[in-house]
Design a protein around this ligand. Structure first.
Ligand code: PEP
Length: 250
């Protein structure tokens, strides 16, 4: 039985002070514990302040991106080791905004994945089709290609440390979520591919989150699907009550 995993992607929102305040609210709202693993991924500049507020709680800290090299002349970048030292357990890799706006490819995601695992981080690898690909009936083919290439050269043991996030690009930040059935179809296809690549036991153990306009009202129906193992939440993770309600739906 896979334990659900709800992660909040704060994107480029919240200063250190604002992030600390939101983290304090979340710690209070989720104090009772629950059935799901929970993480929040603030911007780099808020990691320390948010991490300090989360200490002693069940909410883990994650980052939204990293570079694959350990150090060096990479102005503006941070390494996996830096994220570990900032208290991160998780790192989001290959988010569609990174792919679409900052030129990330499956190949760069794959390099980041290897570096994250080597540093002891638990990566959340994002995949998902754009609207034109869905409308052309190419969703499963596109997502399968992203999964294969992003996870290239990974072994079954390392795969167990990875979470996948299926995030249809047309559903991100648009208020138009995939239906539970649309999500389930893609999640089941991803799990089938994972079985082919890593064996049935790994495929059954790996968690696949859905992301794309998840909110307090639609979370329960999406999270009830058999291959949906959690959610990667953008906009609705910026309000403690909404995020807590999503966690409560799992
Ligand atoms: C995301 O950024 O990963 C995301 C799913 O955003 P939203 O929930 O706002 O659609």
């Amino acid at each position: 039985m896979r334990r659900k995993f709800i992660a909040g992607n704060w994107k480029m929102n919240k200063t250190a002070e604002e992030g600390a305040a939101l983290a304090r609210e979340l710690v209070k709202a989720l104090a009772g514990g629950g059935k799901a693993d929970v993480a929040v991924c603030p911007p780099f500049t808020a990691l320390a302040a948010v991490g300090a507020e989360l200490k002693g709680s069940a909410i883990a800290l994650g980052a939204q991106n990293m570079h694959w090299e350990k150090s060096g002349a990479f102005t503006g970048e941070v390494s996996a080791g830096m994220l570990v030292s900032a208290g991160c357990k998780y790192v989001i890799l290959g988010h569609s905004e990174r792919r679409g706006l900052f030129g990330e490819t499956d190949a760069t995601v794959n390099r980041k994945l290897a570096a994250a695992l080597a540093a002891g981080l638990a990566p959340i690898v994002c995949v998902g089709e754009v609207l034109a690909e869905r409308e052309a009936g190419r969703t499963l083919e596109v997502v399968a290609g992203q999964v294969r290439n992003s996870l290239a050269n990974l072994d079954a043991r390392d795969m167990l440390k990875v979470t996948l996030a299926y995030e249809p690009v047309w559903a991100i930040g648009t208020g138009r979520n995939a239906t539970p059935e649309q999500a389930q179809e893609v999640h089941a296809a991803i799990r089938g591919l994972l079985a082919e690549l890593f064996g049935k036991a790994s495929a059954e153990a790996v968690r696949i989150q859905y992301g794309g306009s998840v909110n307090a009202a639609n979370a329960k129906s999406i999270l009830s699907m058999p291959d949906v193992d959690g959610a990667l939440v953008g906009g609705a993770s910026l309000k403690a009550a909404d995020f807590a309600a999503i966690v409560g739906s799992s």
